[in-house]
Design a protein around this ligand. Structure first.
Ligand code: BLA
Length: 508
């Protein structure tokens, strides 16, 4: 790679990591034409394992390579799904052979077998973990148990669960670690730390490892396989070498090796389990498969909890919404209906405060901005709210005066009841940064040297970058929040119309 093609911090998302042309040197790699089984590409380190030079191996047939067990594998190649085959190399070491197809070629990856397959009992590893993960009473305990069980199963020094938010920024939502490892629990980081092309790849290849951040990767030769016109696609490879930017990130964190497991919900990347080790570490393919299975178990348990939570939230909003609507009908004043009973307007949805501007009065609930601020805001809404409902998680972007009270109202939902009278129902959310929990001491690990270069990238710096982007913003409003507001507005409008009709009838 020349300097001009080296990825930079500015164009991360353009780095073509799936055709990086390098693998980790813990194993070796061959590409065969499916027809004729000729070797068309090899990793440059093959001589270390097979006593044959990488240039000499190109053009040979796979049956010319003498490895115990290989002929049996070759005879079943046409049937094969990627699954491990045990082989004994000329130096008597046991290796797993993983095979998958790329175009009309086979990609063969040879990696050390560190667990004897006869000893390996997936049920042993999964038994206890399965019931703990599956029987977790709530999301918090599910997150905690999963990080603990993955740590116990794999022996990595730190296991974190990252959650992606809707804007693809991430948050460490659970962590199990050795006492001497720094904590990242509660930290948020910007979407650019895991750029879009990497997230796409993590959907197709759910388990990745880096066995040693200090080891030099091995190039593939020739860079374009013989007879092909493009570099080998390593999307499904297990030995693929990682982006140098990400490797530097890990080095800056004092991490020597990693394992990452994708967490998918409804075919969408929900998050990842990220395992770190202080020193080099490699785990056997079978154990990685076990981790993948545990990841899937976590995802399905989480999905059930989330559905329960969403249903509960919807149910609660629906219940409170219909009570509020009923009370407005009973009371002479709309404001009384929404503020004087067992439940009040701000309990309709997850917010920090609410206010009503109606009947020439202002009524505030929970943590709402001061009366004079609401008066000004309503004047601004009269001029600027074009739709019946305005939803924003950055009010000050449109209405800079709101910066003065962003700790109360960085986010706003405004439902207009009447444009003529300028009547509104308002819900507020504070600036999200005010509610973020800092893991450990935030100043401890920030390395400001070499700011802007690879030398400085680390989760603490990422948090700072994220905090700058997030300044003045609230957490986003959910679809459940919005539909509850839409429904209540409709109900209250019906009450207003009904009351107006009754008054008219009395006068007729
Ligand atoms: C990959 N970045 C990743 C991965 C994680 C992080 C978990 C997946 C690693 C894997 O699959 O093996 C980020 N790791 C973190 C964060 C923490 C952590 C946030 O431990 C916090 C505790 N990364 C950057 C920047 C760029 C970048 C600035 O920080 C680009 C300029 C790129 N990250 C980047 C790329 C990958 C990545 C390209 C994919 C690596 C690969 O699979 O080749």
């Amino acid at each position: 790679m020349t300097d001009s093609t080296l990825p930079s911090l500015q164009n991360c998302e353009k780095e073509p990591i799936h055709i990086i042309g390098k693998i980790q040197n813990i194993g070796f790699f061959l590409v065969l034409k499916q027809k004729g089984c000729k070797i068309i590409q090899a990793s440059k380190n093959v001589d270390k394992f097979l006593n044959i030079n990488y240039k000499d191996i190109i053009g040979k047939s796979i049956s010319d390579i003498h490895i115990d067990g290989l002929p049996e594998v070759v005879s079943t190649l046409h049937l094969s799904q990627p699954h491990p085959n045990t082989l004994i190399l000329p130096n008597q070491e046991s290796f797993n052979l993983l095979i998958h197809s790329w175009e009309d070629n086979y990609i063969m990856e040879f990696e050390p077998q560190t667990m004897d397959s006869t000893d390996y009992d997936m049920q042993y590893f999964l038994g206890a973990a399965m019931s703990k993960i599956h029987n977790s009473a709530n999301v918090q305990s599910l997150l905690y148990q999963t990080a603990e069980e993955i740590k116990k199963t794999t022996g990595y020094d730190r296991v974190m669960i990252y959650k992606f938010h809707s804007d693809w920024h991430g948050e460490v939502v659970s962590e199990a670690k050795e006492d001497d490892m720094e904590s990242y629990h509660g930290l948020h980081y910007p979407a650019s730390d895991i750029p879009a092309q990497a997230r796409k790849l993590f959907k197709t290849n759910p388990v990745r490892f880096i066995h040693d951040v200090e080891s030099e990767p091995t190039e593939l030769y020739p860079s374009i396989p013989e007879g092909e016109n493009k570099p080998t696609d390593l999307s499904l490879s297990s030995l693929r070498s990682s982006s140098p930017i990400h490797i530097q990130y890990l080095k800056n964190m004092g991490v020597g090796a990693s394992l990452t497991i994708s967490l998918l919900i409804n075919d969408k990347l929900w998050g990842m389990i990220a395992c770190h080790h202080k020193s080099p570490k490699f785990i056997d393919f079978k154990l990685r498969q076990t981790c993948q299975f545990m990841g899937q178990l976590f995802s399905s348990a989480l999905q059930l909890h989330l559905m329960d939570k969403e249903n509960e939230e919807l149910e609660k909003s629906r219940e409170i919404g219909s009570l509020l609507a009923g009370w407005t009908l009973r009371e002479y004043s709309i404001i009384d209906g929404l503020t004087t009973h067992k439940h009040k307007l701000h309990e309709l949805i997850d917010c920090s405060g609410a206010a009503i501007f109606a009947e020439n009065k202002i009524c505030r609930m929970g943590n709402a901005p001061a009366e004079e601020h609401i008066k000004d805001l309503v004047e601004w809404l009269n001029e600027n709210q074009k739709e019946d409902i305005l939803i924003t998680d950055e009010l000050s972007y449109r209405y800079p005066k709101a910066l003065e009270y962003k700790e109360l109202a960085a986010g706003l939902i405004s439902a207009r009841l009447s444009s003529g009278l300028g009547e509104y129902l308002l819900w507020f959310k504070p600036e999200a940064l005010q509610t973020i929990y800092w893991g450990g001491n935030p100043d401890k690990a920030v390395n400001l040297e070499g700011n802007g270069s690879f030398a400085s990238i680390s989760p603490r710096q990422s948090f700072e970058k994220w905090a700058q982007v997030m300044e003045n913003k609230s957490d986003p409003w959910t679809n459940a929040n919005i539909s509850a507001v839409v429904k209540l507005r409709e109900d209250v409008l019906q009450v207003i119309i009904k009351k107006a009709n009754e008054i008219r009838k009395l006068h007729d």
